[in-house]
Design a protein around this ligand. Structure first.
Ligand code: 1YM
Length: 653
């Protein structure tokens, strides 16, 4: 591998140190690609499915940078047969001329030299210029093979690599009448837990990028036989259309999306917002096109200004009387909002580097929103009144919920707050060591109770149809007889009072069949957690049990498969070089039909089970799915269920 410039000792640098030491375009601390193969997680976050998808985003980001520079209008992303990826753009093409410092073609340097400031976790360099293409070498290092073609100056240049090493140096392979870059790669199976791409995951990310880059056309294709799909993502309206999309299955309270925009020095801010008649808010924020799920200064500035403007407007118009106030939460009820800021020195903070830390951005966003929202409300008094009515209703509902909660607390104090009768609790008392399985149906609940390890696993069976919390406000949820066992068993309260330090189990596992009924109960529970115990999901306490679908037996070897694709792969592996070998394949029935021992072995034994952690990495998609599944509109719901009945609802993007 080409270690062209000065070597640092990558083993001694943590990612934070690398970022702190990075000080603009002049930095030339370069490491070899071996470092990437030794510690892939440091460069792409993880080697799980999410890390795998990061490879695609790294290459696409380079194409989008070219679009931001004004040279590229179209990007295409394809998942090909065999799970290889092709990304194409119609920009200038990566430079192919010889770089004076290295004596090598720039193209080669882009793909073989690891630039400092590992991209994962973000960094401010994107709009600071000079460090384009930092991720290409990482993708190259982690690919079994990679081919790049550049159309430039009438010629087609090509170069090939394997695991970061050059296998074919740059050469001209043809002539062309256009410009652009095409990269095709196959992720290295030795580096990743899985090498199967998820079209939905890539589609979601590309749609987000298309919303954030108004006018850019992104086409996505799934060309794998049997699952072909394609879509074109192209939004002239940018984040305004993002908000329209967020509200697509809801009922907007006003027709026009409110749009605000401003700039100071190198920083720009854009905000789009529209209220709907639901009770929850969706605020999605970005800094330099990087999603900031933990919020930060841009969100704070927005929230502060929104609350101030609405209170001032209420006082001025006489809608809010005397010393009354509406709270920040009240002002955000039913709000769909996208905030996008761009700045040259973005500081990403927090555990997952998902929070924007630059304090001056709070002032900028709050200033822009204060000025422009006030003007909007004055020019649109009907909308203004509607928004304020909604906030005041929210305020009254919050008071009612508080009273309901207090009355439950008094009742509990009188009757003693006992754990639900159906709960089979565990013996261990340290929440960090315990798990609760919430199980659909009494028969699966029975098997789970017998099959579990009662030292640390508790079982709570649920039955019957649960309250649909999408359609209920807080005061209805508190006294509900289906949800209260869940609330009591978890022990951490709900709503504003949710306190995860009181949580009785640090793993909350939803166990339901992989069919439509299972999807339904899972969605109901997740909706409930999402709306009323959001930190439970945000802090990673919620899991879905993943029961296997197939059992494969050859001689004394037994293996499990969780999808049809996996069944075929494993069956081929078990046959090995012997095409006549017999592999017995049986399909598992529902959870309720597994015996306790089988359930333990396949789904509950920590040594052997698969758990899928439910995260809020894309709270937006989750919210959209919840609304779609639970909201008032029937037709899109039917379509969604038909498309996804077989899948575990995937909130982990
Ligand atoms: C399918 C992936 O990488 N496109 C792409 C990358 C570059 C350019 C154009 C480019 C940049 C510049 C000048 C510049 C990159 N160039 C470099 C480097 N698509 C994809 N399209 N000319 C072309 O930044 O000045 C890195 S990425 F460093 F060589 F300039």
């Amino acid at each position: 591998m080409a270690d062209i410039l000065e070597q640092s000792n990558p083993q001694e640098l943590t990612s934070t140190q690398v970022e702190h030491e990075y000080s603009g375009a002049e930095i030339q601390v370069l490491e070899g690609l071996e470092a990437v193969r030794k510690r892939p997680g440091m460069y792409i976050g993880s080697t799980s499915e999410s890390g795998l998808h990061h490879l695609v985003y790294e290459i696409v980001d380079n194409a989008i940078d070219e679009a931001l520079a004004g040279y590229c209008t179209e990007v295409t992303v394809s998942i090909n047969e065999g799970n290889t990826i092709t990304v194409t753009d119609n920009g200038r093409g990566i430079p192919v001329d010889i770089q004076p410092q290295t004596g090598l073609p720039a193209l080669e340097v882009v793909f073989t030299v690891l630039h400092a400031g590992g991209k994962f976790g973000g960094g401010g360099y994107k709009v600071s210029g000079g460090l384009h293409g930092v991720g290409a070498s990482v993708v190259n290092a982690l690919s079994e093979w990679l081919t790049v073609q550049v159309h430039k100056d009438g010629k087609i240049y090509e170069m090939k690599f394997a695991r970061g090493d050059i296998t074919e140096p740059m050469k001209v392979v043809g002539e062309t009448d256009h410009t652009g870059t095409t990269v095709t790669f196959k992720p290295d199976g030795e580096m990743f837990d899985t090498t199967v791409f998820n079209y939905e995951t890539i589609h979601t990310r590309m749609q987000q990028q298309a919303f954030l880059n108004a006018g850019l056309k992104i086409r996505v294709f799934d060309r794998r036989p049997g699952q072909e799909a394609e879509d074109t993502l192209h939004y002239e309206g940018g984040i305004r259309e993002y908000v329209t999309w967020l509200n697509q299955n809801k009922t907007p309270l006003h027709e026009q999306v409110i749009y605000m925009k401003g700039a100071k020095d190198d920083a720009t801010v854009e905000v789009a917002m529209q209220y709907n008649d639901s009770y929850t808010d969706t605020i999605i924020s970005f800094a330099n096109d990087v999603h900031t799920p933990e919020g930060g200064m841009h969100e704070e500035g927005f929230k502060r200004a929104l609350t101030n403007v609405l209170n001032n407007y209420g006082k001025k118009t006489g809608l809010i009387k005397g010393d009354d106030k509406v709270s920040g939460d009240d002002c955000r009820e039913g709000l769909a909002c996208v905030i996008s800021v761009k700045l040259t020195d973005a500081q990403f903070e927090g555990q997952t580097k998902a929070k924007l830390g630059n304090a001056y951005i709070r002032t900028l966003v709050s200033g822009v929103v204060s000025d422009q929202l006030e003007v909007f409300l004055e020019e649109n008094p009907k909308v203004g009144r509607m928004i304020l009515d909604k906030a005041m209703m929210a305020s009254r509902a919050r008071e009612a919920a508080k009273r309901a909660r207090e009355s439950i607390r008094r009742k509990n104090a009188l009757e003693g707050s006992t754990l639900p009768g159906k709960l089979a609790d565990c013996y261990e008392r340290d929440p960090a060591l315990t798990e609760i399985y919430i199980v659909e149906g009494d028969s699966a609940g029975g098997s789970a109770k017998q099959g579990r390890d009662s030292r640390f696993q508790a079982i709570l069976p649920l039955w019957g149809k649960m309250l649909n919390v999408e359609k209920a406000r807080a005061d209805k949820v508190y006294g509900n007889d289906k949800l209260s066992p869940v609330i009591t068993a978890l022990g951490a309260g709900i709503g504003d009072e949710f306190d995860d330090s009181k949580l009785r189990y640090h793993k909350v596992v939803i166990m339901a069949d992989a069919d439509v009924d299972g999807a339904h109960i899972r969605t109901l529970l997740l909706t409930f957690f999402f709306r009323f115990m959001r930190p439970l999901i945000e802090k990673g306490y919620v899991y879905a049990a993943v029961p296997p679908l197939f059992k494969l037996v050859r001689g004394k070897t037994t293996r499990l498969a969780f999808s049809e694709e996996e069944r075929d792969v494993i069956s081929a592996e078990m046959r090995g070089d012997n095409p006549n070998a017999k592999v017995d394949i049986s399909r598992f029935k529902g959870l309720g039909e597994m015996d306790p021992h089988e359930l333990w072995e396949t789904t509950m034994d920590p040594e052997r089970r698969t758990l899928k952690r439910i995260t809020m990495a894309d709270a937006v998609k989750a919210d959209a799915i919840f609304t779609l599944l639970m909201g008032d509109r029937v037709e899109p719901r039917r379509e969604y269920i038909q498309r996804n009945a077989q899948k575990v609802i995937n909130l982990d993007y």
